[in-house]
Design a protein around this ligand. Structure first.
Ligand code: HPA
Length: 265
């Protein structure tokens, strides 16, 4: 793994001028955020050694390096999901590459269904904690101590100081995100069970990247954009089209939050 991380990082280092300070992972449909960056340098995933190709609709599959509020960022426009068939180690590979390039923080975003009935589609929620219901862990197998410890602490997902600074500028709700494998949406019975677990949000991404970010010591903030009420919370069917439509509506909100999070880091 370390050799692959180094090879990918060396390739990227040749192309960029300033090393990134913060990694930003954009969820489905948030890719247009990169248009607001200054001095962008774009590298397609397919160019980078050991980066596989994402497949899902609405994901462009490129890394964009540039500045936001004078801070150097590495933005993933297009992420890997387990449901595409990728291995957990593959999904988190770019997280380790960002760390190798010099990143100290990571902001992860996703689209999620709301289990908590007080949430509404279009709201952006800070993920205070996660539940790994994917039955996969990217750290399974031999551990490389150069990357991180064998048994990383997961007791605080969101960096408390970062959250505090952000709260001084923006108001948001907090919740617990449960990560599922997908790609089928949940059944109402599953959502009922997840509610009993203490989950407020459900989605098919993020948890592997959170584990990797904690493993390699990146300061972390995670945001979920509520694209729909989860199955059975309101009547009606779930569709990818609905998720995409709501994502487009919240684009402005998520951009503002991302910029502020970068600014206060
Ligand atoms: N379930 C799982 N993943 C999701 C959902 C959902 O309701 N909405 C957006 N991503």
């Amino acid at each position: 793994m370390m050799k692959k991380i180094e090879e990918a990082s060396s390739y990227i280092r040749e192309k960029i001028e300033i090393p990134p300070d913060i990694l930003i992972i954009l969820g489905s449909g948030f890719s247009s955020f990169v248009d607001s960056m200054s001095d962008p340098i774009t590298i397609d995933y397919k160019e980078i050694p050991h980066f596989p190709q994402p497949t899902v609709e609405g994901h462009r599959g490129k890394l964009v390096f540039g500045k936001i509020k004078d801070r150097s960022v590495m933005v993933m426009a297009g992420r890997y999901h387990l449901y595409e068939g990728h291995e957990p180690q593959t999904v988190v590979f770019p997280v380790y590459v960002s760390k190798q390039l010099g990143a100290r923080g990571a902001i992860i975003t996703n689209a999620a269904g709301a289990i908590n009935p007080t949430y509404k589609p279009g709201e952006v929620i800070l993920v205070r904690d996660v539940i790994n219901f994917m039955f996969r862990n990217p750290l399974r197998g031999p551990n490389d101590e150069r990357i991180g410890p064998r048994f990383p602490d997961m007791s605080s997902i969101a960096d408390p100081e970062w959250v505090k600074k952000l709260k001084g500028k923006i108001d948001f709700k907090e919740g617990v995100y449960i990560g599922v494998l997908g790609p089928s949406y949940e059944t109402p019975a599953e959502i009922k069970a997840f509610k009993k677990f203490g989950a407020d949000l459900v989605g098919m991404s993020t948890v592997p990247e959170v584990i990797a970010a904690k493993h390699c010591g990146l300061k972390l903030i995670v945001f979920s954009c509520v694209t729909n009420m989860a199955a059975g919370i309101t009547h009606g069917r779930l569709s990818h089209e609905e998720v995409v439509r709501t994502t487009k509506m919240v684009q402005g909100k998520i951009e503002k939050i991302l910029k502020t999070a970068v600014e206060v880091f």
